[in-house]
Design a protein around this ligand. Structure first.
Ligand code: BGC
Length: 903
């Protein structure tokens, strides 16, 4: 057999600095031919490759008669900062044995005591907290860029000497309170962006690991970093509040040099380090960055530099540190401009052809002191002028570079990123050529797992846009948009998670964020609307912490991850937090009643216990008919919340309760299954009493509320039929166009399919009028917009973001429905190919790299036949189900072609 076994330690190929004492090992067999099922695995772990040969010399050994393609390390305790080697031997169908190549992994700090480095701060001075004032219209009062009080960017250095010995390997372990760029001997170390990324720093802070072997030689060296505010102290609050985690920046670096003779030198940040203000005047994630290249000191990071101040040791913790050996922020792509035009002397607009998250890299040959401004935007206005679609202050997205006056200076911001397609550059002398500028896409690096194409070009563009918005918003945490808030809005993840899991391997990325979610959970069980939850959000949302459909991410996301990756552990580690959230919903429903309902009859009082109708909720946010005034084009964003917040919370209470029944079943918690089953029954009855009128229809005229009610299975019998009928009426009355918001859109098409209204579902998908997915495509969208009305048919642009993945949740429907790939049991262990071949497409191709390997389903409808090709990895049970052709056949692992006759 021509097999390639890919080996993953903690979901990563050959991780550097892996810090789990009992890591998970997993494997995927590619091109596995002629075998069906793994019947046994053996995993060998050793300190040296040679020791893998003999069982007696192993460090770890795991053997199991099992089809599972992962296992947890068992063996001698692993040591810190050590390279280990491992391989697997797999038995298939009780007979075929295949062996992997040897793979390695290197541990990081398995104990906190490994940290010898001291936290050093460049200045004793604390950063001044800045609380922008709020205008009565709810926006922060504008402040000119020049008047903003932005934090300094520091350069920090220390010196050390290495003996004249042969070096085997060298590693740098580093992190910061702030965002740091590591430097050794004047050269940037590694290629990570915006390290250490964002997390709930009070509870967990990532450190990065760099292979610096090639930079180390005997003799004198310097090491240090540039250090900016980042998420730690920059203006990331809703209104631009800074210092969200602390008021003093600090740096932690530790260097391990291992010599051929086995000796190790450990060098680290301490009181001997020096710091001064760098050539960067400021570097803020939201506002932008300013670099005065005239102030760059090339010799700062060279030995014997004088004139700096000593750093200060600060008493910061080590307990919250964890190793980041995957999913770090990196450059993902470089994009050349598609067009560039001079507006007037010195002013240029550059179009990169697509909305991205990142920055530009520009080459400049300008006079000494020439100030170049780079402004970023996602759209041009109706007349084609540069249009800044963010109106809030402290979100300027402007980078400024003051030239040193040399030839071919390269400027690329290092302490900020932006959401943009266009940049306006001002201050240039002479020509700007296409070759002088490129866009740099940054994001958390994850493996691409899913791809979908079909015979409809507009759908293909839609898929591209969805993926683009996903890349733009997976930047250390899942964000809402890269240009305005860059915030971990929980509702956006809740609706988009399925599509995200298809497109990329987001397992560990979301798992880490879920721990941020758990750390952000209140004592009372509330899960915040944004995670990490910071004081600036508390100030902005005045008492609103959680919201139905947003906070339910704690229940829904682990479930989605379990479906895609098959790991029960994900449910286990979040279960307690889920229960706390459910209890918050239950307690609030029972104990808080709206004023107008006090003193009502007993029946009503009894039901009120299960109706969650107090507090603020975003509801079916951005329902098109309720979020914009079509006459004036003015946004009325709160309207959909106001119209739906009485009913949506109870629906989500039921939805989460229903999920808790299944999750408790999976985790074998019988008593809890019973508890949630009873609770759900009460919610259903109360819902009926409260929201369904005498004629068995819903007391609401919004499509989304109907969709959510049906999806939550809150009604049956006549009420269900009437609500389904009413939903169709509402859609027809709207010209067969959707009118669903953030929470219901993900379910709209599936609900129609379940109602056997497939034609209508396709009509909605194919619609090109506003609001619809293809309306955006027709308007030339290159990413998914926050609202379908972000650009109105009149061409009028709004201040909405053009790069929000939430409505991209339709991606999941496209590959499931037309592509036909359906996950029947967790981890795609059982799948079904059931494509919609007899509808609006003539061909379709779905590829998904599952935990077991590549699954594909490609079909083409020809004159007399439906031709299908499928690929199924070993361990996966599959069937083809084409009811229209009377075909229900099981298919073995491997590649198969079929030609089904069409009459
Ligand atoms: C964000 C959303 C978020 C919403 C809450 C917006 O400002 O950009 O994506 O979910 O607020 O309704």
């Amino acid at each position: 057999m021509n097999n390639v076994i890919k080996l993953f330690c903690e979901d990563t190929i050959a991780p550097l600095g892996m810090d789990k004492k009992n890591p998970q090992f997993s494997w995927k067999v590619e091109n596995c031919k002629g075998v069906k099922k793994q019947t046994k695995y053996i995993v060998y772990v050793a300190e040296q490759i040679e020791k893998l040969k003999s069982r007696d010399l192993l460090h770890g050994f795991m053997e199991q008669v099992s089809k599972q393609n992962r296992t947890t390390y068992e063996g001698e305790p692993l040591h810190s900062c050590q390279t280990y080697y491992w391989k697997v031997i797999l038995e298939y169908d009780h007979s075929v044995v295949i062996q992997s190549e040897v793979e390695s992994f290197e541990t990081g700090f398995l104990e906190n005591s490994c940290w010898k480095a001291k936290w050093i701060s460049p200045s004793k001075e604390k950063i001044q907290p800045n609380l922008p004032q709020i205008h009565e219209d709810g926006y922060a009062i504008a402040v000119a860029l020049e008047d903003m009080k932005l934090g300094k960017v520091w350069r920090i250095r220390g010196e050390f000497q290495l003996p004249d010995k042969k070096i085997k390997k060298a590693r740098l372990y580093a992190t910061a309170h702030g965002v740091y760029l590591p430097v050794i001997d004047g050269a940037r170390v590694g290629s990570l962006e915006l390290a250490p990324g964002h997390s709930n720093y009070h509870h967990q802070l990532a450190y990065q690991i760099y292979d610096i072997t090639r930079m180390m030689t005997p003799g004198v060296h310097t090491f240090g970093a540039l250090l900016a505010d980042g998420w730690y102290a920059g203006c990331i609050g809703f209104y631009g509040d800074n210092c969200q985690y602390g008021t003093q920046l600090s740096l932690l670096m530790q260097l391990h040099v291992t010599y051929e003779d086995g000796q190790i030198d450990i060098l680290f940040t301490d009181e001997g380090f020096e710091a001064e203000q760098s050539a960067y005047e400021y570097g803020d994630l939201m506002v932008g960055e300013k670099l005065d290249a005239r102030k760059i000191k090339k010799d700062f990071y060279l030995p014997k530099y004088h004139g700096t101040k000593k750093v200060h040791i600060v008493d910061e913790e080590y307990e919250n540190l964890f190793a980041q050996y995957h999913n770090s922020i990196e450059v993902l792509e470089q994009i050349a401009p598609v067009a560039l035009c001079q507006i007037e002397k010195g002013e240029w607009i550059v179009d990169f052809g697509q909305c991205i998250a990142g920055k530009v890299r520009i080459q400049l040959s300008q006079n000494y002191g020439q100030e170049i401004r780079i402004e970023h935007s996602e759209v041009l206005d109706k007349e084609g002028h540069f249009f800044n679609n963010i109106r809030e202050p402290y979100k300027n997205q402007i980078d400024i570079y003051i030239c040193a006056g040399t030839q071919n200076e390269i400027y690329e911001p290092m302490f900020t990123y932006h959401g943009f397609r266009y940049v306006r550059i001002t201050g240039l002398e002479g020509e700007l050529k296409k070759a002088d500028i490129e866009a740099i896409v940054i994001g958390s690096r994850m493996a691409r797992t899913g791809e979908y194409y079909c015979s409809n070009d507009a759908f293909n563009q839609l898929q591209k846009n969805i993926f683009r918005s996903q890349l733009s918003n997976m930047i250390s945490i899942p964000t809402d948009c890269p240009q305005r808030e860059k915030a971990g809005w929980t509702g956006d993840v809740q609706v988009y998670a399925d599509t995200a899991c298809f497109n990329e391997n987001v397992k560990e990325f979301f798992r880490k964020w879920l721990s941020d979610v758990r750390y952000s959970q209140g004592e009372d069980g509330q899960i915040p609307i944004i995670v990490p939850w910071i004081p600036g959000f508390e100030r902005a949302f005045e008492g609103i912490t959680s919201s139905a459909g947003w906070s339910d991410v704690i229940v829904m996301l682990p479930w989605v991850l379990y479906q895609h990756y098959g790991e029960r552990e994900i449910l286990e580690e979040n279960y307690h937090a889920m229960e706390k959230w459910l209890e918050y919903q239950r307690y609030t429903a029972e104990n808080e009643n709206p004023e107008q309902l006090q003193g009502t009859d007993d029946g009503c009082k009894e039901h009120q216990k299960y109706i969650w109708n107090t507090g603020f909720h975003f509801g079916d946010w951005l329902t098109p008919s309720a979020s914009i005034n079509l006459q004036s084009g003015e946004l009325e964003m709160m309207q959909s919340a106001i119209l739906t917040m009485d009913i949506v919370p109870t629906i989500f209470f039921a939805m989460s309760c229903k999920k808790m029944i299944i999750i408790s079943e999976v985790l074998d918690k019988k008593e809890r299954v019973q508890y949630y089953t009873n609770l759900l029954e009460h919610i259903k009855q109360a819902f009926h009493y409260e929201f369904i009128d005498g004629t068995n229809i819903l007391k609401s005229n919004l499509q989304g509320v109907h969709v959510l009610t049906l999806q939550a299975e809150l009604v049956d019998g006549v009420a269900k039929q009437n609500i389904q009928k009413r939903l169709l009426e509402l859609i027809h009355m709207n010209g067969d166009k959707l009118d669903t918001g953030f929470l219901s859109t993900a379910f709209l098409l599936d609900t129609l399919v379940e109602m056997k209204q497939e034609e209508l579902a396709c009509k909605i998908l194919l619609n090109e009028e506003c609001p619809s997915w293809l309306y955006e495509i027709k308007q030339g969208a290159t990413s998914v917009w926050e609202s379908w009305q972000a650009i109105l048919p009149s061409g009028q642009c709004s201040y909405l973001s053009m790069n929000h993945y939430a409505f991209g949740c339709v991606g999941d429907f496209l590959y499931r429905y037309f592509g036909g790939l359906k996950c029947i049991s967790p981890g795609y262990e059982k799948i079904c190919f059931s494509p919609k071949w007899n509808s609006i497409l003539t061909s379709s191709s779905v590829k998904y790299n599952s935990i077991f390997g590549n699954i594909t389903c490609e079909w083409e409808r020809n004159a007399g036949s439906l031709d299908m090709q499928v690929n199924i990895p070993a361990n996966v049970e599959a069937e083809i189900n084409l009811p229209e052709l009377g075909i229900h056949i099981p298919v073995d692992p491997g590649q198969h072609s079929f030609s089904f006759k069409l009459s």
